[in-house]
Design a protein around this ligand. Structure first.
Ligand SMILES: [Zn+2]
Length: 300
């Protein structure tokens, strides 16, 4: 009993200390990484909603995640065209939510047929998805977003303005460095069309001048059609692709037929969503993707 009493006292002390700290809920790992970096130095804590198992394209909130949302001072998300499953939960809570999609100056790419089909499958009432929402894969969009999040944090917690400004400056400089390094690493990869598992990479490819030559995953409705599958198979047989960008969230078996047709295809161990347990931070994660693509394409 004494032990439990002590633990409770400690918990109570921690809790009262945490009362002044900012609580952020972030939907996906890259937004969580940004939040962690801006809150560095004990300014607050980040709760991540995506757990690494569920697809962010179609989630349902657990009671614990709802509770986290209720406690949040700030919600970081991509936007209503992406986390369609979140809209109904945050609207009645009237939370301050910062959407990446609201970042000024974003040059949106229109949604692909696959993205539209997926949205229809996930949420029948929210059928219209106009834009490709994988915005976190463009470091310039992320940099502008970081500034918005910094400003929102300062409004929430003006006492620590200088610290937020310092954290944001450090983070923005690190993203800049990682971006320059990634540019240099991806020079070779520009010369070869890349095969992707799902159409997550278009902003990254646009930013770094890479080419998406094909996509493995078919739509739930097969709307890219048997013709395109045959076309992909033909390209694979002809050796058009040297490298496929793996995704931990997509089962390896979707690659089986591809590997059977093109046994020499190299695999880049990429992760366009990031994993909740990844501790390196956004700049390192950004660079990891470039390193994986570089090592997949250079030894050919
Ligand atoms: Zn995606």
């Amino acid at each position: 009993m004494h032990y439990f009493a002590r633990v409770l006292t400690i918990a109570a002390a921690l809790f009262s200390g945490a009362l002044h700290a900012v609580v952020v809920v972030a939907t996906i790992p890259p937004l969580g990484m940004i939040s962690d970096a801006l809150l560095a130095g004990g300014l607050g804590s980040t709760n991540l909603l995506v757990d690494g198992k569920q697809s962010p394209h179609g989630m349902s909130l657990l009671p614990s995640q709802r509770a986290a949302l209720e406690k949040a001072d700030l919600v970081l998300w991509v936007g209503s065209d992406f986390e369609t499953w979140l809209v109904a939960s945050i609207t009645p809570l009237r939370k301050t939510a910062i959407a990446m999609a609201d970042t000024e100056g974003v040059q949106f790419l229109p949604a692909t047929a696959l993205q539209q089909a997926k949205a229809r499958q996930v949420d029948h009432e929210h059928v219209h998805v106009a834009w490709d929402m994988h915005l976190w894969l463009d470091p310039t969009v992320m940099q502008a977003y970081v500034e918005n999040v910094r400003d929102a944090l300062i409004i929430q917690d003006p006492q620590h303005t200088a610290q937020y400004q310092q954290n944001a400056m450090t983070l923005l400089a690190e993203i800049q460095r990682a971006d320059v390094e990634a540019q240099a690493l991806l020079v070779t990869a520009k010369q070869t069309p890349l095969l992707v598992m799902h159409d997550a990479w278009r902003y990254y490819f646009r930013h770094y001048g890479l080419t998406q030559g094909g996509m493995v995953q078919r739509t739930p409705e097969q709307s890219i059609g048997a013709g395109s599958v045959a076309l992909l198979e033909q390209s694979l047989r002809q050796g058009m692709f040297k490298c496929v960008l793996r995704e931990p969230q997509i089962e390896a078996k979707s690659l089986q037929w591809v590997k059977a047709v093109a046994p020499n295809l190299q695999e880049a161990l990429t992760d366009p969503l990031g994993h909740p347990s990844y501790a390196g931070g956004y700049p390192a994660w950004l660079l990891d993707q470039a390193k994986a693509i570089n090592s997949c394409t250079k030894n050919q």
